[in-house]
Write a protein that binds this ligand. Structure first.
Ligand SMILES: Nc1ncnc2c1ncn2[C@@H]1O[C@H](COP(=O)(O)OP(=O)(O)OP(=O)(O)O)[C@@H](O)[C@H]1O
Ligand SMILES: [Mg+2]
Length: 299
């Protein structure tokens, strides 16, 4: 069964780099892969020039898409817009532009971002979806919105059943039920078919936030797969340089905390002299990420 690999972490720690490397690597091994970015400030285009909100094949077996708010809400309109409008119009004197207002409903955009992933999984086109997520707060908001949305829809339906006798209009039951079923399937995808990789750099904030994120994902029921420690300064790159040594010492402190407190195996990446943007550099990144060191009992 196709699965989702979620790559998450604080802003700028290397999520897009890790997600792209993992996606290229999986495609190189013969898997059919979709790499999706749901980060509104994502920079997948730096690695795969020309990528946008239309799915595009960038290497054999690898398709990439950068989901934008506009594309996601267009999908919402296509799927539910007409029905929502029909139900509302039968109850209230509204015009079609009510849909423009509804697009701002909290959780709606997140819902359709995730439904995009679900459709990709269920399409049978892919063996794996790699999901380059928004920085920590965005990822958590997205997940929490799902659970809230599910509750809201359940309550909306109960409320409607109570008011049914007073309301004259189209029955919203199929709409609410259809929507709730979709949210339920999204939650199941997250809890049963998603594995998270959380990335941090050996610095205070990325480590603290990354550990919090892992705890939150776990509470939400998303399985953790790996923790990544990115941009580790090479030992002895500059013997005798006081600043470099102080920096490396500080890194070691946060690296230790990351290794000690991560509930899953940690994979490390060094600080590279040049940003790893080319396929060859990303393949080298991937090899380090998927290596299973001998004797690591948790690997
Ligand atoms: N190990 C590394 N060595 C050198 N440069 C790196 C390394 N990892 C990532 N970079 C560079 O750091 C920058 C940020 O990385 P990346 O875009 O992958 O982070 P991100 O977590 O996706 O950021 P954002 O939160 O903005 O989406 C990029 O220019 C990337 O090429
Ligand atoms: Mg990114």
């Amino acid at each position: 069964m196709a699965t989702v690999r979620l790559v998450a972490g604080k802003g700028g720690v290397g999520k897009t780099t890790v997600a792209s490397a993992l996606a290229l690597h999986a495609a190189g091994r013969g898997e059919r892969v979709l790499l999706v970015s749901t980060d509104p400030t994502g920079a997948l285009g730096q690695i795969f020039p020309g990528v946008g909100d239309e799915v595009r094949e960038v290497a054999p077996g690898l398709e990439v898409v950068e989901l934008t708010r506009r594309a996601v809400l267009a999908r919402w309109r296509e799927r539910f817009g007409e029905e929502v409008y029909r139900v509302l119009r039968s109850l209230l004197p509204v015009e079609r532009d009510v849909l423009d207002y509804l697009e701002g409903v909290p959780g709606l955009e997140e819902e359709f971002l995730l439904s995009y992933l679900l459709d990709a999984l269920d399409s049978g086109r892919y063996d794996r979806v790699v999901w380059d997520a928004a920085p920590t707060a965005g990822t958590l908001a997205l997940l929490e919105a799902q659970a809230l949305f599910y509750d809201h829809l359940t309550q909306a339906h109960r409320l409607y059943l109570k008011l049914q006798g007073y309301l004259k209009g189209a029955d919203p039951t199929p709409l609410i039920e259809g929507w709730r079923a979709l949210t339920g399937r999204i939650l199941a995808m997250l809890r049963e078919r998603t594995r998270a990789w959380v990335v941090a750099q050996p610095e205070r904030l990325p480590v603290v936030q990354g550990l919090e994120l892992m705890a939150a994902l776990d509470r939400f029921g998303i399985a953790l797969e790996r923790a990544v420690l990115n941009r580790v300064l090479p030992e002895d790159a500059c013997p005798g340089c006081a600043f470099y040594e102080a920096k490396a010492r500080e890194q070691r402190r946060w690296a230790r905390r990351w290794r000690e407190e991560s509930p899953v195996p940690v994979r490390e990446l060094p600080e590279f002299a040049a940003a790893p943007l080319e396929p060859r550099a990303l393949e080298a990144v991937a090899r380090r990420l998927v290596a299973e060191p001998e004797g690591d009992p948790r690997a």
